[in-house]
Design a protein around this ligand. Structure first.
Ligand code: SF4
Length: 237
């Protein structure tokens, strides 16, 4: 059967491959945070979301316990989401500057947003085996998003996952470029560029380690790189 983004989505939502993460996502959904006590948490795998013809694919770490594990949409309903989506809006990738809940009218243009791991991990730390169990979903998305020119990793964990998944999807070696905000790795002629940003977590944004201008400047640099790559369409194998 041909693969599709819809199929990946359905599989992610139903996936129970990682017992520790399945137990945790469901426990968080039962216990809930006081301010969300009247809500039904998603408490399942969170699929990617965005424009299937995107030139930019952005990749986070994993759902947040009371963010996308609650709302069911990647980077939706918490402070990381608020920071990130404001920058996407400023750079022209989003039709509105907020990401509050599924059905809020948010749409991405030229952007597909996804994550390295699709279930909330305790302490935001998936194990190596959980990361590798989930990696095929990202690899399949990269394969299916055939107009990709740039892949932006949000944080060091995502940077490692993106380098490995892109190397498999595009049949090239894993780049050795170390993680840094603004780091850029080439996969070779005609392939997407890999970019890195600090993660938009409150820990980084409250301390000024990552600011709106830093993230917007990086998104604009990525847009500018599309002109350099021109009309040559990178393709996953
Ligand atoms: S983390 Fe990924 S592989 Fe593990 S249960 Fe969730 S969706 Fe499945």
């Amino acid at each position: 059967m041909d693969d599709s983004l819809a199929r990946v989505r359905d599989e992610v939502v139903q996936c129970r491959r990682c017992p520790r993460l399945v137990a945790y996502r469901e426990r968080v959904g039962r216990e809930r945070k006081r301010e969300f006590r009247d809500q039904t948490y998603w408490a399942r795998g969170v699929p990617g979301f965005g424009d299937p013809h995107a030139r930019l694919v952005a990749v986070g770490l994993a759902p947040a316990a009371h963010g996308s594990n609650r709302t069911g949409r990647v980077f939706t309903g918490d402070r990381s989401a608020a920071f990130l989506v404001r920058a996407f809006y400023t750079a022209g990738f989003a039709n509105r500057p907020t990401s509050v809940a599924r059905g809020d009218g948010l749409a991405y243009r030229d952007l597909y947003l996804t994550a390295a791991v699709r279930c909330v991990p305790p302490g935001n730390q998936p194990t190596a085996s959980e990361a590798s169990a989930c990696a095929p979903y990202l690899q399949r998305e990269l394969h299916l998003l055939s107009e990709t020119r740039a892949i932006l990793a949000l944080g060091g964990f995502a940077w490692t996952a993106v380098k490995q998944a892109a190397a498999r999807a595009y049949d090239v070696g894993v780049p050795s470029t170390p993680f840094a905000h603004g780091a850029c790795a080439s996969l070779g002629p005609g392939k997407p560029l890999l970019w890195a940003s600090y993660h938009p977590s409150p820990q980084n944004t409250n301390t000024g380690k990552l600011t709106q201008p830093m993230l917007v400047d990086l998104l604009r640099a990525i847009l500018a790189s599309f002109e350099t790559l021109g009309s040559q369409a990178p393709r996953a194998r």
